[in-house]
Design a protein around this ligand. Structure first.
Ligand code: APR
Length: 436
């Protein structure tokens, strides 16, 4: 079974043969109508002499299935590809206007008193080879993550998805309106449908319910577990090769459920917590005045909560060990404040929770995957024997690459730090096994 995408439609000419069980997305169906591509399911009669192509070849190959050879797929006519005429379904989902209707074109049109008409649409350019990203949940963290990712211009498009009608589309359109000012080229669109995750190379999962007064951790876990499970099913179906970054809390449990439900390999399901906790620690150390935040290096491991481990043996300011620059009791207080940072923000806000720094952290992780590089960051990953801790999802030092986790890095932690990490892993493992 393959998912037939808009790309498959645009690569076809005349007729597209698909399998009996292939899924044709609404977006692809719309695009087929627009381009006059006839969809023929296996067993259906085809018009004589029509040019044919097979869809979903790449996804079938990835799934190890037989890839039918496309019989003489004629190159798509230039007026059908990149015509700039976007699918009606895309517009409904808040897709940005085509190139010619961007701010500069609109300003020009207004100046000459001409209303922008369909005739002014121009091609959007050659096919964009940058990866695409989907952000699930257009709340505080999701919308800010989407903006950061979009502004990086590392992606061909960002899709923002939320269950609340109009929310993701409205925010996406609003963000796109800033493209001429910020100078980004990533297209952003919104949707209420999880199927809009289709073909995403990266997915940031932020959807969830916040913890309400009187709600226990277990209550929150079961509510968000249901949301994660639905989203995981959609990711597995529509974006089977994606790398997923989980932000929804409780972090370790949600990362575990996402991995279990998608069935994706461990390197492609990663929890976001360590980047945020490390950054919070560095920012708080900087308040002492010994260095600028960016010149402080530290890594937060273990859990995103009480069992957070910040190995001071690895922490430096301006390249010198932090332990030589600040008294031990002051460092201990900063570690504790870091652990409680989320709660500190919640208490100040009185309503809602932190989102600037969590969103920045999630976006930074995805950008790090796209750009590669060899920096070591903390992330919630499957330990698989590393650091001799329980085999569970736990915050460890990793390197990221285009396919997710490329390596778990072995830092020279002290014996005490290793023991703390093992304790954190054991505690997370117990929580995960309690999920059943
Ligand atoms: N599908 C899509 N979106 C959903 C679904 C769903 N099944 N369920 C909820 N949502 C959306 C909500 O409509 C809301 O817009 O998820 C969004 C959550 O946004 P906020 O309540 O603003 O929460 P936010 O502050 O963004 O935090 C999201 O990140 O840091 C964690 O603890 C935090 O788990 C929380 C998550």
């Amino acid at each position: 079974m393959s998912v037939i995408s808009v790309v498959d439609i645009e690569n076809a000419s005349g007729v597209l043969n698909i399998g009996q069980k292939d899924i044709l997305t609404p977006l692809a169906a719309d695009r087929a109508k627009e381009l006059g591509v006839k969809i023929v399911r296996d067993g259906q009669k085809q018009p004589a002499g029509a040019a044919q192509a097979s869809a979903g070849a790449s996804s079938r190959a990835a799934a190890g299935q037989r890839v039918p050879r496309a019989r003489g797929p004629a190159p798509p006519p230039p007026d059908k590809v990149n015509s700039g005429a976007m699918s009606a379904a895309l517009y409904r989902r808040g897709a940005p206007l085509p190139q010619a209707l961007r701010l500069d074109a609109l300003v020009g049109a207004r100046a000459s008193n001409d209303a922008p008409a369909a005739a002014v649409l121009t091609p959007t350019g050659p096919r964009d080879r940058r990866p695409s990203v989907a952000v699930i949940g257009a709340g505080h963290v999701g919308s800010m993550s989407a903006l950061r990712l979009t502004e990086s211009s590392l992606f061909s498009r960002t899709v923002l998805i939320d269950i609340v009608p109009g929310l993701a589309s409205g925010l996406a359109l609003d963000m796109w309106h800033s493209s001429a000012l910020r100078g980004f080229s990533t297209r952003i669109e919104g949707s209420t449908e999880l199927s809009a995750v289709q073909g995403a190379d990266y997915v940031v999962m932020t959807a969830g319910r916040p913890r309400q007064p009187g709600m226990s951790r277990t209550d929150l876990t079961s509510v968000n577990a249901e949301i994660i499970s639905n989203v995981a099913d959609a990711i597995r179906t529509y974006a089977p090769r994606a790398v997923v970054v989980v932000v929804t809390n409780p972090l370790e449990e949600m990362t575990h459920i996402m991995a279990a439900r998608t069935g994706f390999p461990p390197e492609r399901v990663i929890g976001m917590a360590g980047v945020l906790d490390s950054a919070r620690f560095c920012s708080l150390v900087a308040l002492t005045g010994i260095a600028q935040p960016r010149d402080i290096k530290a890594i937060a491991l273990g859990s995103h909560g009480a069992e957070m481990v910040i190995p001071l043996s690895q922490a430096t300011a301006n390249g010198r060990p932090l332990e030589l620059q600040l008294p031990a009791d002051e460092l201990t207080a900063i570690v504790e404040r870091t652990r409680d940072s989320g709660a500190e923000v919640v208490k100040l806000l009185q309503k809602g929770s932190a989102y600037f720094s969590p969103a920045e952290s999630a976006a930074a992780m995805v950008c790090a995957m796209v750009t590669g590089g060899d920096s070591t960051i903390a992330a919630c990953v499957q330990s698989r024997g590393a650091y001799a801790v329980a085999d569970t999802r736990v915050g460890l030092p990793v390197r990221l690459g285009p396919g997710g986790v490329s390596e778990i890095v072995n830092l020279a932690l002290t014996r005490g730090e290793r023991a703390d990490l093992a304790k954190a892993a054991a505690s997370i493992a117990a929580r995960i096994s309690a999920l059943g």
